[in-house]
Design a protein around this ligand. Sequence first.
Ligand code: ZN
Ligand code: ZN
Length: 395
Amino acid sequence: MRIGAIAIAGCISASAMGQNSKHVNPFTAKPIASPPPVASLTDGVWLKGELHMHSRHSKESSNNSIAKIIAFCKSARIDYLAITDHDNHVDGDVAHNTWTDPEFKSDSVLLLYAAEWTTTRGHGNAFSAKPYDHQQLYDVRDQRDTVVGRIKNKLGIHLSANHPSGKDHFGYSYDMVNSIEVWNSAIWSKNANAVMIWDDMLSSGRKLTGRGGSDAHHGVPVGDEKAGPNTYQAKANYAGTPTTWVFAKKRTVQAVIDALTNGRVSISSNPYAPRVEFYADLNGDDKMDAMMGDNVKATGKAVKFSVKLTGSSIKDTTYTVNVVKNGNPFNTYKMNGKTPVIDFTDTPALTGRTYYRVTVEGPSTPYPQVPQSAALSGNMVGLSNPICFNFDPNF
Ligand SMILES: [Zn+2]
Ligand SMILES: [Zn+2]
């Protein structure tokens, strides 16, 4: 963009350009066409799930059969699961390993077709409601992003950037992804830079969904299985640490992925922790008109926002709600555990993009099946996706 601007201005210096009143940036935000209408806020179902988990088909996992993972998810009432084995461990052929494992079936847990795209330039998760030709995504991994993006679009998958600031960070263009892992593993504190990258992407108009994923590799040994050097991790980080909630139209895998793509998503420290919900009343009638993940046109009038915790909030305690506006701290509110709701008001700019998202801190919720996880997530209860104003739906 800068190169183009300099060319238009005839190679004059940047400081001189600042005084050139004739210069018009062709990309300056213009009023956008009305975004599509907001989907129903009530016609749907909240489903909780795990989006990053390794089974025995990943070589460095231990004691983690698919049957064991699914049985665990059932016990923790986890509704959907993505087993994301490393594709490079099977030369890209996840279709004949993870997906054809006789244990890859469940009568209650919704199973996504998924894999961790494990490349020299980092890791991403691919999600699909139906089998797709993952081999093509594996084969294209070292090509230019324009080529990779074409294959990704052809396959019709949801692509998600994994652990974006850590080891094996996602080293591809974020223009190719639908979501970003902003909470990897039970250890909340190591995710600060991932959240920073998310804010940068949102602030630049990329409406990416923030999601969680435990990235757990190790199960608790049963029967003849032997404990290994990493077995201790199973009690600290496993399915549901953290838990990604989606507001899905129906209880189907496709509806889970659609909700994930649309951003009607929040993340909680574990399946028993309260769920963060974030809504906006756009016209002052005290009825909520939009929720996290939605994108609406700013009217220039004040908007009333509402944050609430649903589920097992602790009555005699105080939660702290931090509101982030356009990547910057906006305000902090205290919320009583007995009636865990707060409202605040602000006026999004009439032109240009604005977004708001929230994090909620407070006491951790025990997760008996993964007893050491609560100490690792600390006081982070959950976080919302953004409510967006004036984001270009055709960006
Ligand atoms: Zn990874
Ligand atoms: Zn992983």
